[in-house]
Structures are given as C-alpha cells and as structure tokens.
Design a protein around this ligand. Sequence first.
Ligand SMILES: Cc1ncc(COP(=O)(O)O)c(C=O)c1O
Length: 484
Amino acid sequence: MTVTRGQIDRARVAEIGAREEAEYRRRTPKSAALFERAQDAMPLGVASSFQAYDPYPLFMTDARGSRIWDADGNEYVDFDMAFGVLAAGHSHPILAEALQRRVANGTCYTFPVEDGIALAEEIKARFGADLVRFSNSGTEATMDAIRVARGYTGREKIVKFEGGYHGHHDDVLVSIQPPRDAMGPDDQPATVPASAGIPRSRIAETVVAPFNEPEVLAAILEAHRGEIAAMIVEPVQFNIGVVPPEPGFLERLRELADEHGIMLIFDEVKTGVVLAYGGAVEYFGVQPDLLCLAKSIGGGVPIGAFGGRADVMLAIEGGDPDAGAPIASFDGSDRSELTSTIAYVPNRVAHLGTFNGNPLSMAAGLATLTRILTKDAYPKLHALADQLTAGCQAVLDEYELPGYAINVGPKGCVMFTPERVTNYRDFIGLDSELWTAFFFYLANRGILLPPGPDDQWTLSVQHTEEEVERHVAVFREFATELTA
Ligand SMILES: Cc1ncc(COP(=O)(O)O)c(C=O)c1O
C-alpha cells in the first residue's frame, strides 16, 4: 500500500537535526564527559556496540516505573524500555521485593532451585511447549535451540530471514542489514556476514531467505531439500522497525517446515510475553517446534530460555526412548570410557552454562510472569499502544509527513517512509536523517525512544495514558516546526 504524502523540505530537516543535536549536547555535559572517559576503558566507550550512537550515548543513573534519569538529572518518559526488555516497567515493586529477598539468600548456587521448575512450568503453559531449558540471554537461547534442532535432525544447514536479528553468535550474525551492493538478488539473498571475525566456513551453513515471500522461500527450501535442520524467524521483524508477517506467512512457514522435516524456531526474544500472554504463538496462532525467549521474561534481569516439542528437546537427553528412532549421532564414536556430562552419551546435545537457571534470574522471571505480566495486563498494554499509534498517525496525516505509524501489541514506531515495509529491502528506503532529527527533538523534550530507526517503542504496565498523550503532543510540535 502506498501512502501519498507531501514532500518535506530537506534543508529544514537538516536545520532541525543540527539544532536538536546541539541542544542534546548542551543538556548532557555529564554524559559527554563519561563518554570521554569510557572510550579509554571500552571500545566505542560502551559494553555492547548496540549502545553506541552519535554524538555519544546518554549515561543513565536511575529508573523507576516508566521514567529514567540521565547523569545530568534530566528526566525522560522511557519509551525505549531497554530495547523492549521492560514490559513490566523499571523496578516494578513486586519484582524489587522478590529480588531483595533473593539477594539476601544467595544469588548463584549451580544447584537447581524450585523457582526454576515453576518458571519452566509457567513458560510451558503460556507457549504450549512440552519442555524448557534456561540460558542467560537471547543469543544463548537461539544458539542452543539451533544446536538442538541440528542434533535432532542430523542436518547442518539453517535458514534465517534477511533483516532478522537473532543475537551475536556466528551462525545467525549474517544478513542483518546487508549493504545493497552485497545483498544479492531478491529471490536469492546472499549470506552476508554482519561482522569481521566470522569464518566463511561457518556461515556456509546459513541460507538466507526474504521475509514475507513464501514462494521464494519454497524454492530455496526445494534447492536445499534434506539439508536444512532449522528455520529461525522473528514472527514480527522487530529489528527493522516493525514489520509484521503478511497474513498467512507464518502458517506457510509451518506447512513448509512440516513438508521438509525442518524444525521451525520462533525467535520470541522480543515478542514473547510482550505481544500477548503467550507471545507470538498465541497472537498469531501458529505453533513452532522450538521457541526462544529472553528480554521481557526476566523483568530486567539477564535471562534466556528455549523450549518446545518434547521429542526435539529430549535430544538434550540423547533422544526420546518412546520415539524409537535415536537422535542422529554426529560421529557414532564410542565414548563409554569418557565420563564428562558432555561426552558421555554420543548422541546427546550439549546444553550448558554456569548461570543457567540461577536463583536470581529464576526469582525475577517467576515474579514477572506470575505476578506482573499476568493475563489481565495485556488489554491495558494493547490499548495504550493503539492510542500511541493512532495519535502518531493523526499527526502524520495532518501534516502530510512521509511515513506511517504501526504497532503490533505494545511495540510500535513511526516508519519514515511512504511505502509499507514488508521486508528488509523496503526498510533500506527509510528516511534516516528525518528519523535522527525526530529522535533528538523528542529526547530534548523528555521523550526517550531507542536510539535508532531499527528499534521501536515498547510500552509497559507502568506507562499511563497521559504519558502517551505527551509523546504525541511532542511529535505534533516536531511536525509543526518541520512543516512551518
Ligand atoms: C529477536 C532477537 N533475538 C535475539 C536477540 C539477542 O538477545 P540478547 O541481546 O539477549 O543476546 C535479540 C536482541 O535484541 C533480538 O531482538
């Protein structure tokens, strides 16, 4: 669908962008000084390269509810919510109390705890998963799920979708936002590494497909018949703004996975317990073989999880004794003399981690899921998000700006492009200069968005209608100035 819009004045965009960046520098001298110091301690001055942006990131000191404060004491209504981690909001009192109790009683045992069983049971119930394992991040969850799928199927290749992000391990750190001249033809996207240091041999096993193009995908799977272990997908592409699946796309993935014996993995790191009580599985009504969780399930504490079909997850035990067929052995060697947990069973898929299921994360996850993000939290989250999207769309319409507002559940954004984006190749057309002016304009007026057009706002149970109205009002001021 094309949205017809008036032209915007490029000189005006540049002028507002420069003025607002200067204002940002004026308001945040302590962040500038901390950034200066940080550069001598960490590459790019940050702990994760995602935190770096020009001219320097805000350094934060405090956050409560929907509010966050930077080192200069500036207060923001936080619509970033830690890249979507905080559907529960900052330091929810229920979570804070559960964590305080846990901190006083030991935070790491490397022995299992009952909270871990309860949290696994909660995830099973929400997502229709038979079995669950924990990790410490989304990266670990997708890495582990892919290994289980490979161990279960005995195949090595995987499919990922162009524009999708699944964490920073080698298998999937490809074709995230590939440059135009490297990305290959529409019907045969190239596998483009998104980092130096990734061996070519490693990513030779990763096949890239376009999102929302079921027929192209069918042809790609046919070309690799019998070779693909897993197809990993963000049910909504939330790392290129907001790109929902076209009607029927996820259902088609399910059919194609069944036809080819491929494990369908939903990467629900951003969607899980945010879009709905049962994440994208509930929201779209499509059941994957495996799913990956992180971010929101911990309420702000590091955590990851993956789970799914019993027969597939039992690859971690060495196979389902009731299923008859053993899990595919990777080399068939006799390891009976070896005693380590990893090597002892030849067909067993290793899933390991010192901090997996640690008492702190388990307490956080349990409090978040069973006492904060309960079923009755979702109508409010959806209503607030619809209010924000409708408000932003009204501004775009009134001022005829080239863009549209979109949300899926409590996550949304303004996409500054007149064309509806259905996959990464459309996303490249986004007006990043306009977006940057918009980001600084809002930040300088106390509305904090994630620092890049590839992310989106996330609402929490602690946001209010008034805060959403304020966000819309500041956007209206921006539009007024832009078109004056
Ligand atoms: C969809 C998706 N999968 C995986 C990850 C990786 O999660 P983490 O940063 O916790 O490793 C992210 C992070 O943004 C993500 O958005």
